[in-house]
Design a protein around this ligand. Structure first.
Ligand code: NAG
Ligand code: NAG
Length: 640
């Protein structure tokens, strides 16, 4: 059975990049009729309603946040142990008072004594209803969902989460009754598994608690409207319906992982593939044809010059022809300004680059499916920590290549500078979330754990990497650097930094923006993102585009006899981060209407952080592509 799943997931990788895969290690739980099935509750998250798909808040709330008055289990709720990644991504899973028994239908059970909402609580809850908050429950690891139908194709699918309340005209109606529909599958005679959970919430004003778990449910015609000026009494009730389902356990997530519009992904993929092919065609034409011509000419001129020199002691047309990138051979490997900063950025960029690539590859192989809660976050942290080694190694080798002297600073800044900036931004934004009393804030202990992991594992690994890089011989340049820097002639407008970067940066962004849009959607609307097949290809295309466009720019730069290519290549490719931030702003304008300025601050803060990381990764790609390029072309010419 288990081996079958592995095989199936391996086979599934090949044909469709959008398909869903399963982590083979998640073992199914079998229940007999009448066994208790636990229902756990997670935080409340802002969501979009189908009628008005706009995001109104970025904060999530603890399920047992007092104003909600949700019923607690006897003895108080307890936290369920979670992975680090799961906590970082906002999950706060706790126990609940629901009693579900496998295969046993129940109608209208009460959850706890009637709850009294004060006017202040009502104001709070009503405003959360206006903001479209969703409840998130988990039964046997499956999220409780609402069934939606895709427009156009009429395919039904499960959308995790169900609404706290509905706004009907003017009045916010608070849901206090839940119809829980559980699909179960008979795996073997007498052994059942949960394969789907739907919840239909209702607002029933006239429900009454009859004691001992029984209740009388009211009519749908009179909903609960919490009074903002007076106390309101609410009785929470639920019903459970078990339905036999033909869906086996192995494919139970399929209904949840619905691809909204696969055409869009394919369209963007083809689109960026065309751009990449075009670009690579252009670059290879230049590199292969022009360069070969250049090199042949340079070398012929050399020969000619020698011969001429031998015969009549003068070079005839050498001066006029000897133009272009060859002229700067004595300066092209002159260390850039601020070599330390560039080396540290490149080290961190390589670390992030490896982390992202490997995480996407892991996800593609099905190890990070949503059935394995928090696995994505955990893997990101683990890879980032381990690749500290790569970061240290790269930064110290590059620093040595730049003839850097301040060794200790390079060792120190590589593992400290960027993580401190990330952490500081993260911490500040968390203060805002704390200030709002929302639960989305990462707990202090989790932050402490992250700092400890970073200090105990990542820093030593980075130092070890730096040390090993430091011990390596310095990378040889193919041409010697002159003592005196050459004057740079004034160049045309197309080489001015800002326009050329603006032009170059848009291409790598073009390769990734559709996937970026879906990732943003999944982050802010707490949706599941799993289109890692597409993401993997897009990441590849983005790397190719960044590299190609930067090499092209650097070629033009060198032709104009400007040899300051190091920072230029970093910024040229990194400029795409500017577009990432711009797209976050556009996304705000289009899909978001925040009702509080703190939401806006948190949104902008995380967008800026994302753009910063994107800048460093693409900049690193651009630099290394140009580095290989310059090393290669200057190796092929003869310099006397
Ligand atoms: C199932 O739940 C009921 C009600 O909470 C409890 O009394 C019973 O002991 C539970 N059974 C098992 C096997 O845990
Ligand atoms: C539970 O109720 C649903 C809906 O009424 C029905 O389809 C299902 O067969 C019932 N299940 C059991 C085990 O009685």
């Amino acid at each position: 059975m288990r081996r079958g799943a592995v095989l199936a997931s391996l086979l599934a990788v090949a044909p469709a990049p959008g398909a869903a895969f399963y982590f083979p290690g998640v073992a199914p739980t079998s229940y007999r009729t009448g066994d208790n099935v636990t229902l756990n509750v997670n935080h409340l998250t802002p969501a979009d309603s189908q009628s008005d798909p706009k995001l109104r808040s970025v904060f999530s709330f603890d399920y047992y946040h007092p104003p909600f008055h949700f019923c607690k289990p006897d003895g108080g709720p307890e936290y369920i142990r979670e992975s680090l990644g799961s906590i970082l991504f906002g999950d706060r899973i706790q126990t609940s008072p629901f009693h579900l028994r496998m295969g046993v239908n129940e109608t209208c059970k009460s959850l706890c004594d009637a709850q009294t909402f004060t006017g202040r609580d009502a104001v709070f809850v009503n405003s959360r209803i206006y903001q479209g908050y969703d409840l998130n429950w988990l039964i046997d690891g499956l999220p409780a969902a609402q069934q939606l139908t895709e427009e156009g194709t009429d395919t039904p699918f499960y959308s995790p989460g169900f609404s706290l309340g509905e706004v009907d005209g003017e009045n916010p109606q608070f849901n206090n009754h839940y119809d829980i529909w559980i699909d179960y599958h008979e795996a073997s005679p007498g052994a059942y598994r949960v394969v789907g959970v739907l919840v239909d919430p209702f607002s029933l004003q006239d429900s009454r608690n009859l004691g001992e778990g029984r209740a009388e449910c009211g009519a749908i015609s009179s909903p609960v409207v919490l009074d903002e000026n007076d106390d309101s009494v609410v009785t929470f009730t639920y019903s459970v319906m078990w339905r036999l389902s033909p869906t086996p356990f192995a494919t139970r997530w399929d209904k949840y992982l619905h691809v909204y519009d696969p055409k869009i992904h394919w369209f963007s993929l083809v689109n960026s593939a065309v751009i990449v092919v075009f670009l690579i065609g252009m670059v290879s034409t230049i590199l292969v044809r022009t360069l070969r011509k250049d090199i042949a000419r340079y070398n012929r001129l050399d020969q000619l010059a020698l011969d001429d020199f031998g015969e009549n002691g003068a070079v005839e047309d050498g001066v006029q022809d000897d133009s272009g990138w060859k002229l700067v051979h004595g300066d092209v490997f002159r260390p850039p300004k601020n070599p330390l900063l560039l080396a540290v950025l490149l080290g961190n960029g390589s670390q992030l680059f490896m982390m992202v690539g490997l995480t996407i590859a892991f996800a593609l192989l099905g190890f990070l499916s949503p059935s394995n809660r928090g696995a994505l976050g955990t893997v990101v942290i683990i890879f980032y920590t381990l690749f500290g080694f790569v970061g240290g190694y790269v930064s110290s080798r590059i620093y040595k290549f730049f003839h850097g002297e301040a060794w200790k600073l390079c060792f120190f800044y590589t593992p400290v500078a960027l993580p401190s900036i990330i952490f500081a931004i993260f911490f500040l934004l968390n203060l805002f979330v704390w200030g709002r009393g929302a639960s989305g804030a990462v707990p202090f202990t989790t932050m402490l754990i992250m700092v400890i992991i970073w200090f105990i594992i990542s820093v030593p690994l980075s130092l070890a990497g730096s040390w090993i890089g430091f011990k390596q011989p310095v990378i040889e340049t193919p041409v010697r650097t002159n003592q005196i820097p050459r004057q740079i002639p004034p160049s045309g407008s197309h080489l001015r930094p800002i326009p050329s970067m603006a032009l170059a940066g848009v291409l790598p962004f073009g390769a990734i923006f559709v996937e970026l849009y879906f990732i943003m959607n999944s982050i802010w609307f707490s949706k599941i993102y799993y289109m890692f097949g597409f993401l993997f290809i897009c990441y590849g295309l983005m790397i190719a585009t960044s590299a190609a466009v930067t090499v092209l720019m650097i070629y033009f730069l060198l032709l104009a006899e400007n040899y300051h290519w190091q920072w230029r290549s970093f910024f040229t490719a990194g400029a795409s981060a500017f577009y990432v931030f711009l797209s976050a702003l556009l996304y705000w304008a289009k899909d978001i209407t925040f009702l509080s300025w703190t939401s806006g601050v948190v949104y902008l803060g995380y967008s800026a952080l994302l753009s910063l990381l994107f800048f460093i990764v693409t900049g690193t790609i651009g630099f290394f592509a140009s580095w290989l390029f310059t090393m290669r072309i200057y190796k092929s010419i003869k310099v006397d």
